[in-house]
Design a protein around this ligand. Sequence first.
Ligand code: ATP
Ligand code: MG
Length: 409
Amino acid sequence: MKVLYRLKSEGYDAYLVGGCVRDLLLGREPKDFDVATNASPEQVKQVFRNCRIVGRRFRLAHVIFGRDMIEVATFRGADNDAKGAPKADQEGRLLRDNNYGTLAEDAVRRDFTVNALYYNIKDFSIVDYVGGMEDHKAGVIRLIGEPELRYREDPVRMIRLVRFAVKLGFTVNPACEQPIFQLAELLANIPAARLQDEALKLFLSGYAVQTYEMLRHYGLFEYLYPAAEKSLTSEDNGFPKMFIAKALANTDQRIAEGKSIAPYFLFSTFLWDAVSIQAEKNILAGLPESIAYQQAASKVISKQVQHTAFPKHIGMAMRDVWAMQPRFLARSGSKAFRLLSHPKFRAAYDFLVLRAETGGADKALAIWWTEFQSASEDKQQYMVANLNKSAPKKRKRRRKPTVKTQRHE
Ligand code: ATP
Ligand code: MG
């Protein structure tokens, strides 16, 4: 409000726009607030001391209030250059996007009708050029303009469609649905850093299960995580499917309970199947187990970052979690204690439990580690010293003497 009123008192037009208007109309608390204005970024900077100009593809003003930041964007114009030719590449993707325009022009170049509603402080009204209010009331997510053209301009809109449909509980307008099946492959040309930003919003907003299902339905998931898609389609014993699905469900549940979420954890489950298959191959080729896992992790990560470019620390954390999985089996001597003191133990243990719950690891092993970490030190020592007495190995041991006795006879 402060930003809107300051701009107004300086003689500019200023509106709340986008997700915040859409969410407020649903009675939800917006994640952030975006402002659209006819003031240029430089003019906005003159009005606010606490302001910096950001962005190259499109310049924006960020007005900072302590921890909060309000994004102030100047109205964008139509996507045509002086000769009237669109600034797009062969596939129709927008290359430049930096000319200013009017409110009406700004509205039609937004993505979805429900994202193009403007709240006007002058008369407390909603300005709607695209039928967004009608769609909002009907709970419909619909692209502004001709769907195929709009997807070609920016293929990320296909992913955004899924994100908003799920998050808002809206249905997808059928005309916006059909082109996705043909155009999904255009995502292959989107910079991996941008897809990573989208991936975080897709899977860490509390609706990961539904989002994942809808992405797979439209054939979009494979452009984000090809290795995961491959494991999901190649296995039919039900295990990999359950593993990722359970990881997604756990993520949603944690968010619903207000617990913290480590992004690397979910992404490490997406890639686990690829890593473990590659590690097995490396072991068969004669590599020691730990090196086999390290090399498998490097290979899978270097392929994945071509699609979603996550930062190095995320890759490091994933490696730790994967590398600890085979180590959970070797518990003798001080090994179990060393594992327990590893900084990523908790995540790796959660990962093991998830595997055990979905048929990918021994349940008894997960139970052992559950007991071990909360046991007293004496009990821990006892558990490590008596590993061989644990259920699975017991039967084999008993059988051996029987065979020997028979031989003696
Ligand atoms: P969220 O609640 O996730 O923040 P949002 O609608 O605010 O949802 P943003 O990504 O913050 O989404 O974008 C703000 C607004 O900018 C959108 O509501 C939309 O009007 C416009 N916009 C964003 N991305 C695009 C795009 N790729 N093409 C066209 N318009 C876009
Ligand atoms: Mg927003």
